[in-house]
Design a protein around this ligand. Structure first.
Ligand SMILES: [Zn+2]
Length: 71
């Protein structure tokens, strides 16, 4: 399967960011995360753990409740 080092997912909205296309990035615990927009970056930055899931458990996102729905 694909490794996660070439492509990134926007953890906030779930959008796939192709390599080097992430204009908005933020670091958390030594990892760099890419985002599609300033809004997504800010949302992640405010509470990174809300968006980080364990690998292989990408079913459902119960931690996303309470987010504003606008984009
Ligand atoms: Zn996004």
């Amino acid at each position: 399967m694909a490794k996660t080092c070439s492509n990134q997912w926007d953890l906030v909205c779930g959008m796939l960011l192709e390599n080097s296309e992430a204009e908005y990035t933020d670091e958390f615990e030594g990892k760099t995360y890419g985002f599609c927009s300033q809004w997504c970056k800010d949302s992640f930055h405010a509470n990174p753990k809300r968006f980080i899931e364990m690998p292989g458990s990408h079913k459902g996102t119960p931690t996303l409740k309470g987010l504003p729905e606008e984009h």
